[in-house]
Write a protein that binds this ligand. Structure first.
Ligand SMILES: [Zn+2]
Length: 220
């Protein structure tokens, strides 16, 4: 123990900070290995150093930061919930709107989009540009000048949904009168979008008004 304890203890802070010279370092280590008192002092300084490293308000700062993180997390969670709820709501509105559009049935007006032809002895109607969801057909037998004639009156309906979502390439074909139900006896097919009540029992004059309001799609 060639150096006094006071000197070693004065140098210990430099040693702990690692800023003393190699010579001082060797002397201090030599001394510490031989002097229990300085060794204990050194140990207590190291403990103290640890406390010094963490300033008194560090914990509070840490807590503040942690609570800030928690608030940020909470806000983020809230935003995610709002976005998710909005998506669910929009989806619900979308499907409700689609449902309404699919249920709203409209009579399709004639606009060069409807035709009739005889295919394999059946009368087949065709709707271009949409899908037929409902077809109203009535067969009327008229007797004019002793001659019996059979007319088919009909109209098709589509949904607003089909109206909005189909293009020109879409079409529907539907049998208006099959071969085994006497398609060969039909003389004319009219497209009529008016009132079908009592159409079978009308007088010739009344029926003429219906015919005037119809489009002749096909005749024998
Ligand atoms: Zn000592």
């Amino acid at each position: 123990m060639s150096y006094p304890c006071n000197l070693i203890q004065d140098l210990l802070p430099l040693y702990i900070d690692g800023v003393c010279s190699e010579d001082s370092k060797a002397i201090i280590e030599q001394h510490l290995s031989e002097c229990p008192a300085c060794k204990e002092y050194y140990a207590s300084m190291c403990d103290a150093e640890e406390i010094v490293i963490a300033p008194p308000n560090a914990e509070r700062e840490y807590k503040k930061a942690a609570s800030f993180q928690a608030v940020k997390k909470k806000l983020l969670r809230k935003q995610i919930l709002i976005v998710a709820a909005s998506i669910v709501l929009l989806a619900a509105i979308f499907f409700a709107a689609v449902g309404v559009l699919k249920k709203s049935v409209n009579v399709v007006e004639y606009d060069d989009n409807i035709s009739v032809s005889m295919i394999d002895d059946s009368l087949v109607g065709r709707l271009n540009g949409s899908r037929a969801t409902y077809i109203k057909i009535k067969r009327v037998t008229v007797t004019a000048e002793g001659q019996e004639e059979n007319y088919l009156f009909y109209y098709v309906s589509d949904t607003k949904w089909d109206d909005l979502t189909t293009n020109k390439d879409v079409f529907s074909e539907y049998v208006l009168c099959p071969a085994d139900k006497g398609a060969d006896q039909i003389d004319r097919v009219y497209y009529y979008t008016g009132d079908y009540a009592d159409i079978e029992t009308m007088s010739i004059d009344e029926l003429q008004e219906v015919i005037d309001a119809s489009v002749l799609l096909w005749s024998k």
